[in-house]
Design a binder for this molecule. Sequence first.
Ligand code: HEM
Length: 140
Amino acid sequence: MARSTWRLLLSLLLAGCAAGPPQGNLYRDLGGEPGIAAIVDGVIVKIQADEDVQELFEETDFDFFGEKLRLQLCEVADGPCVYDGLDMQSAHLSMDISEAEFNNFVQDLIDVLDGLGVPLPVQNRLLARLTPMRREIIYQ
Ligand code: HEM
């Protein structure tokens, strides 16, 4: 094998090490369609039990909301879905959601993921994709 080919192989190997352990597809790591459905069901149970947000969700059709959230999480996790709901800013317009309410939502999600036994590194990968949405959601 030519010296340049060895050098290329070595640099690819080193780049792989620098990137840490290989990560699979997040959708698959979350348990695919049934895994995401369980996460969304868990989040809805949390929302319905949370008196602080009950007013916001007073007129919500939870079947519709659940379907949109399923599609969104699936797409965000690189699953085979296309989210067809509102963009995050429009979806939360005029709700004036505070930072604390946003953090509360994220904590609810973490509790659900814990309850489902989703490994911490997988949880972190999902949260890293959702938390940047914060700026489109709070104080709209
Ligand atoms: C990363 C965090 C969040 C994500 C990914 C998210 C996602 C979504 C999605 C996909 C929808 C449906 C959009 C549509 O109708 O097309 C929605 C609607 C809504 N979200 Fe969020 N959301 C987040 C945070 C929050 C927070 C923190 C609150 C309030 C505390 C909230 C309250 C609502 C409400 C009230 C609706 C409207 C429900 C209805 O149609 O009646 N969301 N959200």
